[in-house]
Design a protein around this ligand. Sequence first.
Ligand code: AMP
Length: 218
Amino acid sequence: MKLIFFGPPGAGKGTQAQKTSEEFNIPHISTGDILREAVKNETELGLKVKDILERGELVSDDIINKLVENKVVDMDSFILDGYPRTIEQAKFLDQALEKANKEIDAIIMIDVSEEEIVNRITNRRVCPECGKVYNLLTLKPKEDMKCDLDGAKLIQRDDDKEDTVRDRYRVYKKNTEPVIEYYRKNKKIFTINGSKDIKDVTKELFNILRGASSDDNN
Ligand code: AMP
């Protein structure tokens, strides 16, 4: 299956994409994770995008498109999480997939209000070693502030602080909501209420995906 996950920052996209990736054995491509890894490793790309990520702004379409293109054209299944985020990126992806004779099977939109997002993201912590995501309200580590997988001390991403979260939400409204409207014209978009319990969101999501994949086989 080839999937796109949409939703404002903090809607639970990354968490749900991780779960979907494990359940259906589909590679998870998160442009945010790729960029954060580049920043951490201080690669040429990382140095170029560091300030942009810290401000919660968007990295240029050129950079992002190149990152994604090499991956998706060779893959038979993937979950795109955090891409496309602008109309230009969506058009680029369409063309790249068309050239490779591929098509997106389902688009999932996980929807949550701004206030809930601010509440959630400011409580989000991540493991700096393996990238596992926690939430101090809903998805606590077993041991205080330590990663369940490798014991590393959890940290708060700079772009998870309140002012930046509100900026990122504004960026999402301005740039990414039009992308959803762009897809709505010729694709079915499945919308899930992301303010429910994580487990309930996952259940609804998996039901949708099982339906979408059985449609595929018919
Ligand atoms: P995320 O974890 O998906 O919220 O991404 C974190 C940050 O990476 C964003 O705030 C942007 O600065 C950058 N980023 C990730 N994906 C994209 C994209 N498709 N287009 C532009 N910037 C992106």
